[in-house]
Design a protein around this ligand. Structure first.
Ligand code: SF4
Length: 91
């Protein structure tokens, strides 16, 4: 996890002000993603200012820890990457 990525950012009531963006803290489902960086004890995404919105419809397409796929019924399935690698090995 990058620790000084958000250097120079400013916390405000609306969120973290950084390079012209207002960032919200990460969503629960972001945990484990490599794009998370910490600022003053809170976690933010380096790729997307509103992580919760990335997860509102299926899975975040920037996520490094899970991969989303759509099954035959059109339902979004979220696979942790390590588990899917394990499954591929046992095939
Ligand atoms: S890239 Fe997506 S999953 Fe990763 S921290 Fe950002 S919003 Fe969350």
């Amino acid at each position: 996890m990058a620790s000084n990525y958000f250097e120079g950012a400013v916390k405000t009531e609306e969120g973290l002000q950084f390079k012209g963006f207002t960032l919200q803290t990460i969503a629960d489902k972001c945990n484990g993603c490599d794009r998370i960086a910490e600022f003053e004890g809170e976690k933010y995404c380096m790729s997307y200012p509103e992580p919760a919105r990335k997860w509102a419809h299926g899975a975040c397409n920037f996520a490094t820890h899970v991969k989303a796929s759509v099954d035959k019924a059109g339902k979004v399935k979220i696979n942790p990457l390590k588990a899917s690698k394990r499954a591929a090995r046992n095939r």
